[in-house]
Design a protein around this ligand. Structure first.
Ligand code: G
Ligand code: G
Ligand code: NA
Length: 256
């Protein structure tokens, strides 16, 4: 299969790279973590977004190669940051295929050991629909990951079709409000109400609430006002390669 061959080669040639987007704590106005977002530096097509290739790779059953590569890059980086005195966490996106892969928790445990990184520094982001595809199989896996100390986050929260009942059943630590609501909250009163309701719901269940897609100062201020815990978005920084993330860290001019 041509795509998989190309993809494997790209991994070997260092063309599958991780971009980092900061996650900041709104109350303390400080960096708390990064989300890892993968990109394919393609010789013909330029920087290709995962939206273009993750599904195709997944269909061939090779998403494990992607996850292992991303996990290795991110854990190596977490180790580096820690030894430089920077104590931040990293979030990695999971596909449903990762979750259902054989021995997935053992693979992750081995990677954590290999890199000597505490599980508590790693968060996996999953979407509601990912979990609901096959809850009977994915729930025990999520419980096992959580028991290892890994944090779990529900991505794109509010856009799924599932009921709220699963929030009680899932061993999760965090919800990420879908960016469509956050982007709309400045102009649309229903979006504002939805964001507020999600923050309150999350907090009453003891969860950390993160807003993604924060693009404007007014949104950031409103989120801080409603005690949303963390924010991520273009206002703070786009997802950027490692060197630009570190430059952002060193000379931070944006106010959180
Ligand atoms: O960064 P960008 O907007 O191009 O990402 C598009 C989508 O790809 C996002 O929904 C993001 O969650 C997903 N994505 C980014 N990196 C990874 C990854 O390493 N694995 C998986 N499965 N999805 C990813
Ligand atoms: O669904 P998920 O959170 O995995 O999506 C991550 C994607 O969202 C990344 O590809 C990133 O480029 C994009 N993204 C991050 N912050 C913003 C933002 O403030 N506005 C918009 N439009 N997209 C964003
Ligand atoms: Na995500």
């Amino acid at each position: 299969f041509q795509l998989v061959t190309q993809f494997r080669q790209a991994v070997e040639q260092g063309r599958i790279i991780v971009h980092y987007q900061p996650k900041v704590d709104l109350a303390h106005r400080e960096l708390v973590g990064v989300e890892a977002l993968v990109r394919w530096m393609h010789p013909e097509f330029g920087l290709v977004s995962p939206a273009e290739f993750v599904e195709a790779i997944e269909a061939t059953g090779s998403i494990d190669i992607l996850l292992e590569h991303v996990l290795d890059s991110v854990l190596a980086q977490l180790w580096q940051w820690r030894s430089a005195g920077l104590h931040i966490t990293a979030s990695v996106n999971l596909s449903v295929h990762n979750l259902l892969a054989e021995n997935f928790p053992a693979t992750v445990a081995a990677a954590l050991r290999r890199h000597q990184v505490p599980a508590q520094l790693l968060t996996f982001e999953i979407t509601e629909s990912n979990v609901m595809t096959d809850p009977e199989h994915s729930l025990p896996v999520l419980r096992e990951l959580h028991a290892m100390g890994i944090q779990l986050s529900v991505d794109d929260f509010g856009t799924g079709y599932s009921s709220l009942a699963y929030l009680r059943r899932l061993p999760i630590d965090e919800i990420k409000i879908d960016r469509s609501f956050v982007q709309g909250m400045g102009t649309d009163l229903s979006d504002l109400a939805i964001v507020r309701a999600i923050v309150d719901l999350g907090h009453s269940l003891g969860l950390r609430v993160v807003a993604e897609g924060v693009e404007e100062e007014a949104a950031r201020d409103a989120l801080r006002e409603m005690a949303c815990d963390e924010a991520q978005g273009f206002l703070i920084s786009r997802p950027v390669p490692l060197d630009r993330f570190e430059a952002w860290l060193a000379s931070r001019t944006v106010s959180i």
